[in-house]
Write a protein that binds this ligand. Sequence first.
Ligand SMILES: Cc1cc2nc3c(=O)[nH]c(=O)nc-3n(C[C@H](O)[C@H](O)[C@H](O)COP(=O)(O)O)c2cc1C
Length: 172
Amino acid sequence: MSKSGQAVLEAIFSRRSVRQYTDEAVGKDDVQTILEAGRWAPSGLNNQPWRFAVVRDAKVKDEIAKQTRYREIIRNAPVIIAVFIDNRDSYDRTKDCQGIGACLQNMWLATHALGLGGVWLGEILKNKERVGEILETPGTYELMAVLAIGHPKHGQQKSDRKSLSALVFKEL
Ligand SMILES: Cc1cc2nc3c(=O)[nH]c(=O)nc-3n(C[C@H](O)[C@H](O)[C@H](O)COP(=O)(O)O)c2cc1C
């Protein structure tokens, strides 16, 4: 396997949800790289329905934080990226949501590859309209997730998965 192939697999397997961050700022170039990784995600018909809001402003971040029980994560993250679907560009709800998922995973893996840590926040979707109001989004935008990003406070995140034997239900 090529070195870059190994690096991709390494990133996929070692990425964890990072929910605690140091006070260190996240550089503009790093945020740019993360957004580029999202931009290059695949989408059905290459319709690229994702839109991004980058929030560093503490006051705005605080307002958004209040919309989820995971408020401390958002408050402590130096930067968050709110990911929206533009329903005007949507052609098939299921496929568009799959594309947005690929976009988020790309950004999450890029975050990890840069030595940063992040977590995909979905619980906040219960208040997606309010988040849209706070960010003054166009009416066709709908919140899909918030990615919180920072420098990891520690590297002790653990996770597990169902065994493959519980997932592969047929092999012919
Ligand atoms: C669609 C989705 C929604 C999620 N929502 C939240 C959330 O609201 N709060 C949170 O702390 N983690 C959230 N997570 C992170 C998951 O809890 C995490 O990915 C899972 O437990 C596996 O752990 P790992 O990412 O460390 O491998 C979400 C992940 C996904 C993909």
